[in-house]
Design a protein around this ligand. Structure first.
Ligand code: FES
Ligand SMILES: [Fe+2]
Length: 356
């Protein structure tokens, strides 16, 4: 088990964002780490995006390392391994070896099904394999002139997708962790892989208390939209992708409906980003240090947490939650959250002293 705080896979099945569309131009490639694996993402010269496991089956080179001597990384739609220049197509099949006629049948790289939607590159991931089981929607606001472009914020958080997703149905924490003015009233409904949560909550604004609405729609764990109505319509398109069994990569894309002139839109956008980010950053220390409890000890007023726990089962291998009984007191010592992947570790005091 990769993560002792969560007694199940870090990567439930679903669609997850692996990059923004504009991060990859034709001929570009990008190493990424998601789903507990090193991967390589590339866009061929026809504009198609492909996602492959990063390591070459020949002798293990990382496909995004080094340069291709006298050649190019992406050639005729294929990715070229820099070590001996074997070429692989977007399905991970070896299609050419420059010094051999026969291609070994095992010369194949695992690949992921990828689509581009809503300016995002999304990969279907299922640890049990198989084709995508549902499609992602087109979000009309993303391409509408009446809405601003994405304003993006990203976080690397030591948590599981499950805990982040549960936040939306956990109505009590809005008042007691985030200090919202009142306790939101929420109704949740599920429809296959989709969960919709509609909430009404009072929002404190410079013009006084305003009755606001929040409608969140989750398409599995890896993609959701949250529409806020009240003063000015705002929207959040989000994706949270498991990284390495310990951390997730969350991207929040904020949009504001353009009403009342550019200055108003800019002002509303800034306030919206500030408030949502404030709430997320209040959640982070809780998520990073909590354990998973199932079944949770719920009380009246906890909101549709029970419905959420039933809905999530479909994204895990069959039987994952059957007879699962993990209570808070059953956990022993857990390591506290450390530096994020890619962050420098703190220098120990004695090293600082000797360096000086
Ligand atoms: S390791 Fe990739 S071609 Fe040899
Ligand atoms: Fe929260």
């Amino acid at each position: 088990m990769a993560n002792t705080r969560y007694p199940f896979t870090s990567s439930p099945k679903g669609w997850y964002m692996v990059a923004f569309s504009d991060e990859l131009q034709p001929g570009d490639l990008k190493p990424v780490t998601y789903f507990e694996q090193d991967l390589v993402l590339y866009r061929d010269h026809d504009g198609e995006v492909h996602l492959l496991h990063a390591y070459c089956p020949h002798m293990g080179a990382h496909l995004a390392s080094g340069e291709v001597h006298g050649g190019v990384r992406i050639k005729d739609g294929n990715i070229v391994c820099p070590f001996h220049q074997w070429e692989f197509n977007g399905k991970g099949e070896c299609v050419s070896i420059p010094y051999a006629e026969k291609i070994p049948p095992k010369a194949k790289i695992p690949c992921w099904h990828v689509v581009e939607k809503n300016k995002m590159i999304m990969a279907w991931h299922n640890i049990e394999g198989g084709e995508p089981e549902w499609e992602l929607p087109d979000i009309p606001e993303v391409f509408s002139d009446e809405w601003t472009d994405y304003e993006v914020r990203e976080w690397i958080i030591r948590t599981h997708n499950l805990d982040m997703a549960e936040n939306q149905v956990d109505v009590a924490h809005f008042q007691y962790l985030h200090g919202t003015q009142d306790y939101p009233r929420s109704e949740a409904e599920v429809d296959g892989h989709i969960m919709r949560v509609v909430s009404k909550a009072g929002m404190g604004t410079p013009r006084g208390q305003v009755q606001g609405g929040i409608e969140s729609t989750s398409y599995g764990f890896g993609f959701s939209t949250i529409r806020f109505t009240g003063i000015v319509d705002t929207m959040l398109v989000t994706s949270t992708t498991p990284i390495d069994g310990e951390y997730v990569h969350t991207r929040f894309c904020f949009m504001v409906k353009k009403t009342g002139g550019a200055d108003v839109t800019k002002g509303v956008g800034k306030a919206f980003i500030r408030e949502v980010s404030r709430q997320l950053e209040e959640d982070i220390p809780v998520w990073e240090n909590k354990v998973f409890v199932h079944p949770p000890v719920l009380c009246e007023g906890d909101g549709p947490v029970g419905l959420f726990r039933k809905w999530i089962k479909q994204f895990f291998p069959a039987g994952t939650f059957d007879k699962l009984n993990v209570q808070a007191a059953s956990y022993g010592h857990q390591e506290p959250a450390g530096p994020r992947p890619g962050e420098p570790k703190d220098v120990a005091p004695q090293q600082q002293a000797s360096a000086g």
